[in-house]
Design a protein around this ligand. Structure first.
Ligand code: FHN
Length: 424
């Protein structure tokens, strides 16, 4: 099959910028988070009894897609199998699946079909590690179990890449060793990741693969933080509630606000990367209101401001460096798409907004939400941009975007003499 270049494969990813992660499995029944089996050391046979109570409501996958669409997301990623080992898909290599227990349905099939109907790109999460295998925890002591675990991973990834049509994204997880004593090249050796990923690319030539099997591949996937990629574009993934609560966690008081969520999305775009925001459906597959409400607010913001993030690149202007870096643009970051820069204002300055060290002549300033044009001055002498006539109060508390047009991608002015500005 014809291999696509990385640029071709990544095209939709950069357009999308926003995806929804879905953590769903037996842990959703317990309601204490997806690590419960291990953190409470529940023996495998006892934990497995949950499988017969796994009863997702019919049509829940359509509900997930409806929510993802309302959020303005362009792709979804489902945990086809998390560390607990329970598969949401039919597998010749395991009886521990949603097809052979509980609902007797292939939830991955329903998910893929629903995503395609909704026009969303399809991502699969797959955990390499499986807590039911002693050979994962003590590979030298249980070499046969280790080998069985590896065979399971390679065989199941092949099934996932073969049985569900075109898959856009493969997110490995659980590549680390149980003692967290080894580095990524050793993970890759343990899981035979080069061979695994060669097989994936052969079966799915257009796929994007993350870096968590230990090999570099296409994207980096930091967790609970937004940052720029070190070697590759990032997809920053995050929980809406606490960071240990990817799977449904019944009592989860620290919900991020819609303002925070929109701003994280903008910061991801500022880094030329994506934001993958997680939901943890309840045992019956329904999504809780706390998540739906927040996602709808994000969708409302995106319906107006998507232009500022879709296909964004890191911008050279002040305030566009790295999230969290204080570089003296106190209002908020810039994104860059082509010849336009988008000033994504988190802290509204009032009627006048001032940006400094802009080396490229400014052509026009508008508010993205309304298209209204604002007067400005730009000084070729010092590169200062002063925008006037703005509303006194923040038009959008989450983030108001000012679109600034140039004849070329804007550049930042160097300050050869740092004291020059003092005397005007
Ligand atoms: O252990 C998992 C965790 O449960 C969750 O799935 C996240 C999502 O990226 N990944 C792992 C921790 O890195």
């Amino acid at each position: 099959m014809e291999m696509l270049s990385k640029e071709e494969r990544m095209k939709w990813f950069h357009e999308a910028r926003f995806g929804i992660y879905i953590h769903y499995g037996l842990y959703s029944i317990l309601g204490r988070g997806e690590w419960t089996m291990y953190s409470e050391r529940i023996p495998a046979a006892e934990y497995a009894k949950l499988a017969d109570s796994f009863l997702p409501a019919p049509g829940c996958a359509d509900e997930w897609m409806e929510t993802a669409k309302a959020a303005g997301a362009k792709y979804v990623v489902l945990t086809t199998r998390h560390h607990e080992g329970f598969c949401l898909f039919d597998s010749k290599y395991s009886d521990y699946t949603s097809v052979k227990h509980g609902c007797h349905r292939d939830i991955v099939r329903e998910y893929v079909d629903a995503a395609r109907r909704a026009g969303l790109r399809v991502g699969f999460y797959y955990s390499l590690l499986d807590w039911r295998f002693p050979g994962y925890f003590e590979p030298e002591k249980y070499p046969e179990s280790k080998e069985a675990l590896l065979q399971q991973a390679h065989n199941q990834v092949r099934e996932l890449m073969t049985n569900y049509g075109k898959i856009d994204l493969l997110e490995y997880d659980g590549g680390w060793d149980a003692r967290c004593a080894t580095k990524r090249p050793q993970w890759a050796e343990f899981w035979r990741s080069a061979e695994l990923n060669a097989m994936v690319r052969e079966l799915q030539p257009g796929i994007i693969i993350n870096d968590r099997s230990g090999t570099e591949e296409d994207i980096e996937t930091p967790e609970q933080v937004v940052r720029a990629g070190k070697q590759a574009p990032t997809e920053s993934c995050m929980c809406i509630g606490d960071s240990c609560c990817w799977g449904y966690t019944r009592f989860n008081p620290n919900w991020k606000t819609p303002v925070q969520l929109v701003q994280y999305l903008v910061m991801a775009a500022q880094c030329g990367g994506n934001y993958l925001l997680n939901i943890g459906p309840q045992a019956d597959g329904h999504i809780r209101n706390e998540e739906i409400e927040r996602l709808k607010e994000m969708g409302a913001w995106l319906a107006i401001n998507r232009e500022a993030i879709s296909n964004s690149r890191g911008c050279a202007l002040i305030g566009a460096s790295h999230p969290g870096t204080v570089d003296l643009n106190l209002q908020g970051p810039w994104t860059n798409v082509g010849n336009n820069a988008y000033w994504c204002i988190f802290r509204w300055p009032g009627k006048v907004a001032t940006a400094i060290r802009i080396d490229t002549p400014v052509k026009r300033v508008t508010m993205l939400a309304t298209g209204e044009e604002y007067p400005f001055t730009w000084s070729p002498k010092d590169g200062k941009l002063v925008i006037t006539g703005l509303p006194e109060l923040p038009p959008d508390w989450k983030c108001t975007v000012l679109k600034v047009e140039f004849d070329q991608a804007p550049q930042c002015r160097n300050e050869a003499d740092l004291a020059d500005w003092i005397n005007g």
